[in-house]
Design a protein around this ligand. Structure first.
Ligand SMILES: *Cc1c(COP(=O)(O)O)cnc(C)c1O
Length: 295
């Protein structure tokens, strides 16, 4: 049985800005779900692993960059639920904490040049055509089963919020949240914060799951692109951590919370609004980024 007994409480953040604007902000602590199968990565993997088990597969094959939280989550979940795991890693061979953890959890890593990496189905065929027990999981776990897993987050909420904030890489988590709200006919508006530059294509992809439900797509908070940061973002993160006791990181949740504070400052929300931010985790790699923080 592929089950994890998950712990993800909702807690309120108290901040002078929110009090001044008459707004309440809450955080869904998906970062507490598991140290390595963290946050949205467990939600995305849950039904994929169930599907793999149902199909009698014993080997998970997936894809990611050298700092991929998804690779690490798959390695750890594979170890826990009895699957072998292989990760195709984009780019030349490197060593870092995320990849070392992947190896500790038994994942075989295959480094692939950026050109060949593009065609994932072909890589899977090339390496696993003789292995009928291998199971393909797309980069970031993206796909309908992952969207279904993410939509379950909505069932766990203790009350109805006016707005929900979520960082987006592939947009799968955001799609799941929008779908979950729609399934339960909730009036909550979703705010999607892409962390990549030029992510306009994501808007259309998310729309295919939104069934006409409106969401806001805030594309101005990528800070130069995926995993790019600047002084302002890093200072914001320091301030946030130091006043909330909640750790966030620069790649996803830092940008998401920055956008939330910025939009509240700019009076984007009516006084009395209740806003929920999803802490999607991603903290397992943060010690590898520690030298970015210049203090
Ligand atoms: C992977 C990841 C995301 C992106 O999720 P998508 O479903 O790909 O949009 C967001 N936050 C964190 C911390 C992540 O690790």
């Amino acid at each position: 049985m592929i089950e994890l007994d998950i712990y993800s409480p909702v807690e309120e953040i108290i901040n002078p800005l929110f009090i001044k604007k008459g707004i309440q902000v809450f955080v869904k602590r998906d970062d507490m779900i598991h140290p390595f199968i963290s946050g949205n990565k467990w939600r995305k993997l849950k039904y994929l692993l169930g599907d793999a088990a149902y199909l009698n597969k014993d080997h998970l094959v997936t894809f990611g960059g050298a700092y991929s939280n998804h690779l690490l989550a798959t390695a750890c979940a594979g170890a826990k639920f009895g699957f072998k795991t292989t990760g195709f890693v984009r780019g030349e061979e490197v060593k870092n904490e995320t990849l070392t953890l992947c190896r500790l959890f038994g994942m075989q890593l295959i480094f692939i040049d950026r050109e060949s990496y593009r065609n994932k189905n072909r890589l899977f065929e090339l390496h696993f055509q003789d292995n009928s027990k291998a199971y393909f999981i797309d980069e970031g776990g993206a796909g309908p089963l992952a969207v279904m897993g993410c939509s379950e987050l909505i069932n766990e909420l203790p009350e109805v919020y006016d707005d929900i904030f979520c960082a987006a890489g592939t947009g799968t988590t955001a799609s799941g949240i929008i779908k979950g709200l729609m399934d339960r006919s909730l009036p909550t508006k979703t705010h999607v914060i892409p962390v990549l530059k030029g992510a306009e294509f994501l808007r259309a992809e998310i729309e295919t799951f939104s069934g006409g439900n409106s969401f806001e797509f805030h594309s101005g908070y990528h800070f130069g692109g995926y995993a790019k940061t600047d002084e302002e973002l890093l200072n914001f993160i320091k301030d946030f951590c130091g006043t909330s006791g909640i750790l966030i990181e620069p790649v996803y949740t830092g940008k998401m919370f920055y956008s939330l504070f910025d939009l509240i400052t700019k009076d984007h929300f009516k006084p009395g609004s209740k806003i929920l931010a999803i802490h999607t985790g991603g903290l397992s790699g943060i010690s590898g980024m520690i030298n970015r923080f210049n203090f």
